[in-house]
Write a protein that binds this ligand. Structure first.
Ligand code: GDP
Length: 365
C-alpha cells in the first residue's frame, strides 16, 4: 500500500499528530490491528459521497477506503552523516511514497525547541538539508559509475548521465530534486534513483490552538506556506494537540467541538485528504450489494487494473465495466434513471477510471 511518512525535528508535535491518527483509526470497525506495525497508522478517508450513494442504493453497511501514515523517528542535524538514528531514518524515508513534514508553528515556553527558538524556515531547512546531502551522496556515487559507462557511448548510460548532470548542481545548491522540471522520460529514470528529495512533500504547520479559527493570521504559518509555494509544494495548518483531543471524542461531540472552535472540518480530515491527493490517489465506488464501499486506485489506472484493487480474479477475468459517475447518480437519483438518461456506460480495457466512478465489473472466473 502507498504510505505517507511523517517527519520533522524532535518536539514539533509528530507523535501527537500520529497519536491522533492512530486514535481516529482505532475507531474503524473492521481493521485487523494485530497485524499492524506500531509505526503505521490507518485512517479512513472521509468522503461525503458514500452517504449519498447509500441513500440512493441502500446497503447493510458503508465501508470507507483507508489511508496509511508511517511515523518516522525524529531527525537531527547530521543524520546524513549517520548522527542520531540517521541512517535508519533515511532508510525509512526511502520506503515511503510521500512526506508529511511537520513544522512547529506554536510558541510554548514549556516545550523545548531543539535549537532553542521557534523558527519554521530554519527548521525546514535543517531537515531538507539532511535529505539533500543524502541525495547528493547517492548521486555522486552514481555519477562516477555512469560517467565511465557513458564513455562507451552506451545509450542508456548517456541518458542517465545527462540526467545526473541536471540533478547534481541543483542538489549542490541545497535544493530539492522535486523543484526540477522533468519530461516524462526523465521522470521515469529519476524514480529509479530513489532519491529522498524527489518525493512529494506536504508541509504541516503545527499551529497553536488559538490560531485554529484563523490559521492565516499566524505569521509562522504564512512563512511555511510561502516556502511551500516557492517549492511547488503544499502547506496545511493543524493543531496537533487539538486533533488528538478531537480523535478521542465520540462522533456527535466531534462536530460540536469543531463548531465551538470555529471550523467546519477537523485538521486530520484535511490532512488525510491532502496526503491522499499528494500521492495521486483517487476513489471509485461499488454499490448495490451488501455494502456501499469506497476503494482507492492510482489516478491514471485503467479499468482492469482498477478491478484488480478489489480482487486479482477481477483483473484476470476482466470483461467490461458498467460505469456511472457520482455526479450523474446524485443528479438523477437512481441507477435506473441514470440508465434511462443514457448516462450508464459500458467501458472496456482501455478505459481510464475517473475519481467518483461507481462501477460494476463484469468478469470471467
Ligand atoms: P515529536 O518529538 O515531534 O514527536 O513531538 P511530540 O508530539 O512529542 O510533542 C512535543 C511536545 O509538544 C509535547 O509535550 C506535546 O504535548 C507538545 N505539543 C504538541 N503539539 C502542540 C501544540 O499544538 N501546542 C502546544 N502548546 N504544545 C504542543
Amino acid at each position: 500500500a502507498l504510505t505517507a511518512g511523517i517527519v520533522g525535528l524532535p518536539n514539533v508535535g509528530k507523535s501527537t499528530l500520529f497519536n491522533a491518527i492512530t486514535k481516529a483509526g482505532a475507531e474503524m470497525a473492521n481493521y485487523p490491528f494485530a497485524t499492524i506495525d506500531p509505526n503505521v497508522g490507518m485512517v479512513e478517508v472521509p468522503d461525503s459521497r458514500l452517504a449519498r450513494i447509500d441513500e440512493i442504493i441502500p446497503a447493510k453497511k458503508i465501508v470507507h477506503t483507508t489511508f496509511e501514515f508511517t511515523d518516522i523517528a525524529g531527525i537531527v542535524k547530521g543524520a546524513s552523516k549517520g548522527e542520531g538514528l540517521g541512517n535508519k531514518f533515511l532508510e525509512n524515508i526511502r520506503q515511503v511514497d510521500a512526506i508529511v513534514h511537520v513544522v512547529r508553528a506554536f510558541d510554548d515556553e514549556n516545550i523545548t525547541h531543539v535549537s532553542n527558538k521557534v523558527d519554521p524556515l530554519d527548521d525546514i531547512d535543517t531537515i531538507n538539508m539532511e535529505l539533500v546531502l543524502a541525495d547528493l551522496d547517492s548521486v555522486n556515487k552514481r555519477y562516477a559509475r555512469v560517467e565511465k559507462i557513458a564513455r562507451t557511448k552506451d545509450k542508456d548510460a548517456l541518458a542517465e548521465f545527462a540526467l545526473l548532470q541536471k540533478i547534481k548542481p541543483v542538489l549542490e545548491e541545497g535544493k530539492a530534486v522535486r523543484s526540477i522540471e522533468f519530461n516524462d522520460e526523465e521522470k521515469k529514470l529519476v524514480k529509479s534513483f530513489f532519491l529522498l528529495t524527489s518525493k512529494p512533500v506536504l508541509y504541516v504547520a503545527n499551529i497553536a490552538e488559538d490560531d485554529m479559527a484563523d490559521p492565516e493570521a499566524s505569521e509562522y504559518y504564512q512563512q511555511i506556506k510561502k516556502f511551500a509555494e516557492d517549492e511547488g509544494s503544499q502547506a496545511l495548518a493543524v493543531s496537533a494537540r487539538t486533533e488528538e483531543e478531537i480523535a478521542e471524542l465520540p462522533d456527535d461531540e466531534k462536530q460540536e467541538f469543531l463548531e465551538a472552535e470555529g471550523v467546519t472540518e477537523s485538521g486530520l480530515d484535511r490532512l488525510i485528504r491532502a496526503s491522499y491527493k499528494l500521492l495521486g490517489l483517487a476513489t471509485f465506488f461499488t454499490a448495490g450489494g451488501k455494502e456501499t464501499r469506497a476503494w482507492t486506485f492510482k489516478a491514471g489506472m485503467k479499468a482492469p487494473q482498477v478491478a484488480g484493487v478489489i480482487h486479482s480474479d477481477f483483473e484476470r477475468g476482466f470483461i467490461r465495466a458498467e460505469v456511472a459517475s457520482f455526479e450523474d447518480l446524485d443528479k438523477y437519483g437512481s441507477m435506473q434513471a441514470v440508465k434511462e438518461a443514457g448516462r450508464l456506460r459500458l467501458e472496456g480495457k482501455e478505459y481510464v477510471v475517473q475519481d467518483g466512478d461507481i462501477i460494476e465489473f463484469r468478469f470471467n472466473v
